[in-house]
Design a protein around this ligand. Structure first.
Ligand SMILES: Cc1cc2nc3c(=O)[nH]c(=O)nc-3n(C[C@H](O)[C@H](O)[C@H](O)COP(=O)(O)OP(=O)(O)OC[C@H]3O[C@@H](n4cnc5c(N)ncnc54)[C@H](O)[C@@H]3O)c2cc1C
Length: 301
């Protein structure tokens, strides 16, 4: 990222919300379930499967968590009714993790039960490092109950990740992990900062998971990682039902098409909902064209 992009990325919170909304439109399906379903159907026409995320995180009271539970139960019903090839992704802070861990567990248990009854799947996203231990703990409890229906995320920038997956491989019967680099700003004693080390660790985690028999969601838009993952899949002769590639809605559709053309399963992360702001800031900060976009938007006001 050049200095201008870095500058814009750090000052993004000062950019007026309508501008942020305008330039983040491509990353979000819309405000409603119908918007999400339309996007999931469009993606299916392009050969992609989906995972849907109701936007929102770090809620302020448990009433908001109840609302999130209701919204996820609704979208699960709709996925079931319309026969969509789509699972769900959730953030535990949306269910009250930082307010009342036990209540959060009970909330997510309702989701996991419904997912199990519908023969679907819930992926628990990984948030910042303050949440890692509690997230892994709640995942482990749910995965013991519903081993076919619950998965977790591991971030390759976290120094603890290799130890975490070693523990998970030893204790979770049908481990299902999405690996990503990690998006939150973490201190150096907790997270690697060097992109080359983050990538090296990503591949080491992937190999460990494959060798341990886990199902892996390979979540990245980094073509180097996609290339090395495909090499590893070939080298270890990993069958197609043991992994999938995953990408975010609105990011590098050309790479998406090439992964599908190479015969791999590709799942797109489809966020929708009213609480679009925090998610949009994270996506815009990662976009290499961000400076041009935002400056153009400011000048056009
Ligand atoms: C399906 C999925 C789920 C995820 N879940 C989590 C999670 O639970 N927890 C978590 O911490 N992180 C999550 N992430 C985010 C992830 O950790 C990274 O921050 C993000 O994917 C960027 O890393 P990268 O591997 O794509 O590599 P990068 O090196 O960051 O990017 C690779 C290429 O993609 C381009 N690119 C990346 N983002 C954008 C963008 N917004 N617009 C345009 N171009 C872009 C870059 O410019 C670069 O050329 C998820 C990512 C994906 C794909």
């Amino acid at each position: 990222m050049n200095w201008m992009n870095r500058f814009i990325a750090t000052t993004l919170p000062a950019v007026p919300k309508p501008i942020v909304r305008f330039f983040s439109k491509k990353y979000i399906a819309g405000n409603t379930i119908n918007d999400a379903v339309r996007t999931i159907n469009d993606l299916a026409d392009q050969g992609c499967i989906s995972t849907v995320d109701v936007l929102g995180e770090f809620i302020k009271n448990l009433k908001e968590a109840d609302k999130t539970v209701r919204e996820y139960l609704k979208i699960l019903n709709r996925i079931d009714k319309d026969g969509l090839n789509c699972n769900i992704s959730i953030k535990l802070t949306q269910f009250g993790l930082t307010i009342d861990k036990e209540k959060c567990y009970k909330n997510v248990l309702k989701i996991a039960k419904s997912v199990h009854e519908k023969n679907n799947f819930v992926r628990i996203d990984m948030e910042d490092s303050e949440c890692t231990t509690d997230t892994l703990d709640i995942f482990s409890r749910l995965a013991q109950k519903y081993p076919d229906n619950v998965g977790i995320v591991i971030q390759s920038y976290m120094r603890r990740s290799m130890k975490d997956i070693t523990g998970l491989l030893a204790t979770i019967p049908k481990l299902n992990v999405r690996i990503c680099k990690g998006i939150y700003i973490e201190p150096r004693d907790i997270a690697f900062k060097d992109p080359a080390i983050i990538n090296y660790n990503y591949m080491a985690l992937l190999e460990k998971l494959f060798e341990g028999g886990a199902y892996v969601g390979i979540a990245t838009h980094d073509e180097k990682l996609v290339f090395h993952s495909q090499e590893l899949i070939r080298k270890l002769d990993i069958p197609k039902d043991r992994y999938e590639f995953q990408m975010l809605l609105g990011v590098d559709e050309q790479l998406r098409r090439s992964i599908i053309a190479n015969g791999h399963r590709l799942r797109v992360y489809v966020p929708y909902g009213q609480k679009w702001y925090a998610y949009s800031l994270r996506r815009l900060k990662e976009n290499p064209q961000i400076a041009g976009y935002v400056l153009r938007g400011m000048l056009q006001r």
